[in-house]
Write a protein of this length. Structure first.
Length: 292
């Protein structure tokens, strides 16, 4: 007997083009489960970022379900955020892609396999989740880190290839290459190292404030600053400095980082360089369907 959707919640299923290339069979299975368990399903097969945003904008009263990786989920959430519609209805996710590019989905409690994930969309519970909103209008649903990578002038090209805002991000050639790019740029070590300088972690001079309290200033080098959501309306802020025995860890609603042209990794994407950025926690800003 197939799982049943509660009455009154038709679905818009947005299938990421990379998911169709990486694992078309899992995509087909997930689509079959969703169509069998819901009385009304509309399928969107966007080929460009603009088409994906347009599908979200024309969702009507349908609940959005994303079949794809972390980047596909983030793109849908950004589109909803731009419409100020993040809190309107829960979002469903069926994570499909290499293990390294669905790590965020797993951390949020979404099953890794297509069938359990699709069933969770149909009859799961709604989980309210916090996110970070920055002063440029960007969102972070998982974590951000500074430095964004092991430094070196040539690294910027690889990082930029991971930016979801690129207009040619879904060209035929890049579509297959995307999985490799994300695998190579997946979660960074706590202490990234400079090429050719083994034993010398990347250091930056940053000013970090949490709820107006100064944690470190420009006269001190830092190895890493990380900010993570999910602590009941507060973010966990960790500052690692070379002269400290252990990391400095606080909880705050707002974090401001200033420095000289720094980059940061927010969820799956590299952003910057910027000289200052403020992130503020928005509690329970969106909802995700997860297993009961």
């Amino acid at each position: 007997m197939s799982a049943q959707r509660p009455a009154g919640h038709p679905l818009l299923v947005i299938i990421d083009p990379t998911a169709r290339v990486v694992d078309g069979e899992s995509v087909r299975i997930a689509k079959d489960v969703l169509c069998a368990g819901s009385y009304s399903v509309k399928i969107a097969l966007p080929e460009t970022a603009e088409e994906a945003d347009r599908a979200v904008a024309h969702r009507g009263r349908r609940r959005i379900v994303v079949i794809g990786d972390d980047g596909a989920l983030l793109r849908a959430l950004r589109a909803l955020h731009h419409e100020r519609a993040l809190g309107e209805a829960p979002v469903g996710l069926v994570p499909i892609g290499p293990r390294s590019v669905v790590s965020l989905a797993r951390s949020l409690g979404v099953p890794a396999e297509a069938v359990p994930a699709a069933r969770a969309v149909l009859d799961g519970a709604e989980r309210a989740l916090d996110l970070l909103i920055d002063d440029s209008g960007g969102i972070v649903i998982g974590a951000l880190r500074i430095p964004s990578r092991s430094a070196g002038p040539g690294a910027a090209v690889a990082d930029d290839a991971d930016d979801d805002d690129g207009q040619h991000w879904w060209t035929p050639v890049e579509r297959t290459a995307r999985s490799l790019v994300r695998t190579l740029t997946a979660p960074i070590p706590a202490l990234p190292r400079l090429p050719g300088r083994e034993g010398h972690p990347v250091r930056q001079r940053l000013r970090v404030e949490a709820d107006g309290i100064l944690l470190t200033d420009l006269d001190h080098a830092v190895h890493e600053v990380s900010v993570r959501t999910g602590l009941d309306g507060l973010a966990e802020v960790i500052v690692r400095r070379p002269d400290d025995e252990g990391p400095m860890c606080v909880r705050a609603r707002s974090v401001t980082v200033s420095g000289r042209d720094f980059r940061y990794r927010a969820d799956a994407a590299i952003s910057g360089p910027v000289r200052t950025r403020t992130w503020t926690v928005r509690p329970a800003a969106w909802r995700l369907t997860v297993p009961r």
